[in-house]
Each structure stands twice: as structure tokens, then as C-alpha cells.
Design a protein. Structure first.
Length: 394
């Protein structure tokens, strides 16, 4: 009986390893295609479109001031930056005031968004910030994003094409120097980004946005019902991209890569953050989430080695899975994202992959997520507030 069960697991693990290896090949192909494609439509053109940058805030993030400062150093003719908080005592306010003092000639607006328009406070703030924005072209990005001086020109230029409705960017994580933060960073470069590039190939283009950058027209936002229409959704970047795509407009993945500065996650905080992300994907793209089980080449291959008692064919499969996994890491992490630490921390990839399987399995059950110190239940992608937690819980 036990022998039969082991045999079945061996067969399943072998199929899983082969499917994961196939997925790695797809990621390699998608990354090479992205690099060969060169500039996207409009990139290389210096647009003169006035832009409003919207930055919803809650609390402070690592390197926040320097990240804000990078947005004030744009080589761009006309733009404003609007920061929005929902709490008059938010610690981010002092950072914005310091920024205004250093850049008195830059149009910087700080808003206190008093209305609660939905469970997602970030989107609630954005809905109120848009009303104050002067320009028709909008760029939204998370508070921990740092950009290069040419950033705004590159992400706005594709919107000169009437068929483009939204521009978004890949990003690389800058770790805080501990294990949890490094696992997060290596996951972004070798797992998350390859998945985005693979989706771009499989779906012929992407149909979602990434919180690192969302550049779009105010008119298109109005057509989909404004930010208010998805103020209860956790994956607001996904919803914005999906809804603009449903208008028949293209969602373009820019060649511009930005940086996100990661917190000093403990291992438990890393796991909780990953679980939130996994349950968010489950609620937004269920079949894409379910299909992740076929992408775990290395864990499946290791299981095949164990079940086969070290048969040569299983070791060959494991070696191939490892080589392709590292190849994806090098091509996407180093070539596409220009992540200088990707090679240095590549030895963490097997641990990251094993944890990813555990997180995926755990996210199948339960609907609780912890976000910015609050506990929510996810119902079909919507947030339902559960209870308040200490500030260090997220």
C-alpha cells in the first residue's frame, strides 16, 4: 500500500517537474523576446504632456525621502506631485513637508483625504486626489518606488498612441540586509517578474497593472467609473489595468525598471506578506493562481528524487530544473531588471521556491490578509475589514 502511494507521488512529482521545466523555458523565451523587442511604442520621444503624479501614503517606508526626492528630479517640462494621507497625524506628512522645503519651485501638494470611500484606503485617497489634479495625464505609483530622471518621459510617451490606455513597469527590490528582505528581493527578480513576462507572451499582452507605475488618462479612468468603482478591492493595480484593457485599449509594459525599497522583514513578516500577495492573486486571477502549481520545477524535481530513491533519471531531471531556474534568474534578474544583487543571493532561490510551495498551499484555505496593520477578509477580491492589529503586524 505504502509502495503504491509513493509510486503515485513519484509520477505526480515527475509530471510537476516536467511542467515546471516547460514553464522555465517559457520564462526564458518571454524574457529574451522582451529584450529583443527594444523600445515600446512612443519611447524615445520626449512628450510635452502635463502630468499629475499621485502618491497615496500611509506611514513611512524605507528610504522614503530619497524615493520622493527622485520624483522631484525628473527631466520633464511640466508636472505636479500630489501626496494624499487619510490621517492628519500620519508620519509621512513630515517627510512631504521636508520635500516641499527642499524643492520650493516644484508643484507639490499635500492632501488630507477625510472621506472613506471604500475598504481600500489607498484607492479612497486616490479618488479624492484625482479631483485636485490639474492635468489630464496621471501617473500613480507606490510610496516606496524610486525612479531615474528620465522615468516620467519614458512612461508617459506611449500614451501618445491613442490605442494605449495604460503603461506599467517592472521593478527590482532593494533588500534591507536581512534574510526576510533578501528572500522578498530574490523572489521579485526571479519569480514575480518572470511570471509577468510569461503572461505577456501567453496572453499576447498584459491585461493588468503593477503598483510600481500606472500611467493613464483621466478620461479613461472616468469611463471605467473612477477609482470609486474599485475602492473595495485589494488588488487595485490589477483592477485598473483589467478595466482599462476591457475598453479595448492596450496595457503596455515599459522598458523602464524602477526600484522598490523593502522593509527589514522578519521571516514571519515575509511569510505573511507573501500569503497576502498569494491570496490577492487567487482572488483576482483564480486560474492563473491555480496554474502556479505547475511552475514549481525545483521542488517537484526534489520530490521525484526522494520518491524514486535517487534514480539517475530523477537526478537528471533535478539538475535540469536547477539549471533552468538559475538561467531564468540570470536572464530576468540581471539582464531585464539589472538587479546587481541577483547573482549574489541566487543561492537563496531553492529555499525561496520551497517556501513558495508552502505559501501557495496555505493560501488555498482561508481568506484572511493583513495589510498595513489591519486584518481583512477577501471575498471575490473585495476587502471586508476584520479587526485592527498593531502597526508592526504587516
Amino acid at each position: 500500500m505504502i509502495h503504491s502511494i509513493v509510486r503515485v507521488v513519484e509520477i505526480v512529482a515527475t509530471i510537476g517537474a516536467i511542467s515546471g521545466i516547460t514553464y522555465s523555458l517559457l520564462c526564458l523565451w518571454s524574457a529574451i523576446s522582451f529584450l529583443r523587442a527594444g523600445k515600446v511604442a512612443g519611447e524615445g520621444i520626449r512628450p510635452a504632456l502635463p502630468v499629475s503624479i499621485l502618491k497615496p501614503l500611509k506611514g513611512t517606508d524605507p528610504g522614503m525621502y530619497e524615493s520622493f526626492r527622485s520624483h522631484c528630479l525628473q527631466d520633464y517640462p511640466e508636472y505636479e506631485i500630489i501626496f494624499g494621507v487619510s490621517d492628519r497625524n500620519d508620519t509621512a506628512i513630515a517627510v512631504v513637508e521636508r520635500l516641499k522645503a527642499e524643492f520650493p519651485r516644484q508643484q507639490i501638494i499635500l492632501m488630507v483625504c477625510d472621506l472613506q470611500l471604500g475598504a481600500n484606503v489607498k484607492v479612497s485617497n486616490l479618488a479624492q486626489m484625482v479631483a485636485e489634479a490639474r492635468h489630464q495625464y496621471l501617473v500613480v505609483s507606490d510610496s516606496d518606488i524610486r525612479v531615474a530622471p528620465h522615468y516620467l518621459s519614458r512612461v508617459v510617451a506611449p500614451l501618445l498612441d491613442a490605442e494605449v490606455g495604460l503603461v506599467t513597469c517592472l521593478y527590482r527590490g532593494v533588500d534591507a540586509g536581512n534574510l526576510g528582505s533578501r528572500l522578498e528581493s530574490i523572489g521579485i527578480s526571479t519569480d514575480f517578474a518572470p511570471g509577468v513576462l510569461a503572461a505577456r507572451i501567453v496572453e499576447h499582452e498584459i491585461h493588468f497593472g503593477l503598483g510600481s507605475t500606472l500611467a493613464f488618462r483621466r478620461a479613461d479612468l472616468a469611463v471605467i467609473g473612477g477609482f470609486e468603482s474599485f475602492a473595495d478591492y485589494l488588488a487595485d493595480d490589477y483592477e485598473l489595468g483589467k478595466r482599462i484593457s476591457e475598453l479595448g485599449l492596450q496595457v503596455v509594459l515599459s522598458n523602464e525598471v524602477v526600484e522598490t525599497f523593502l522593509p527589514r522583514y522578519t521571516l514571519s513578516e515575509f511569510m505573511r506578506h507573501q500569503l497576502r500577495w498569494s491570496r490577492t492573486v487567487r482572488g483576482s486571477r483564480y486560474w492563473g493562481f491555480a496554474g502556479l502549481i505547475f511552475t514549481f520545477a525545483l521542488p517537484w524535481a526534489v520530490l521525484a528524487v526522494l520518491c524514486s530513491e535517487g534514480q539517475p533519471w530523477a537526478w537528471t531531471l533535478a539538475f535540469l530544473a536547477l539549471c533552468l531556474r538559475l538561467a531564468v534568474a540570470m536572464v530576468v534578474g540581471i539582464r531585464v531588471l539589472e538587479d546587481k544583487n541577483c547573482l549574489r543571493w541566487a543561492w537563496l532561490i531553492p529555499l525561496r521556491d520551497i517556501l513558495a510551495v508552502f505559501i501557495w498551499a496555505t493560501s488555498l484555505v482561508g481568506d484572511t490578509v493583513v495589510w498595513r496593520g489591519e486584518r481583512f477578509h477577501l471575498k471575490n477580491g473585495r476587502l471586508v475589514r476584520s479587526s485592527h492589529l498593531p502597526n508592526n503586524a504587516a
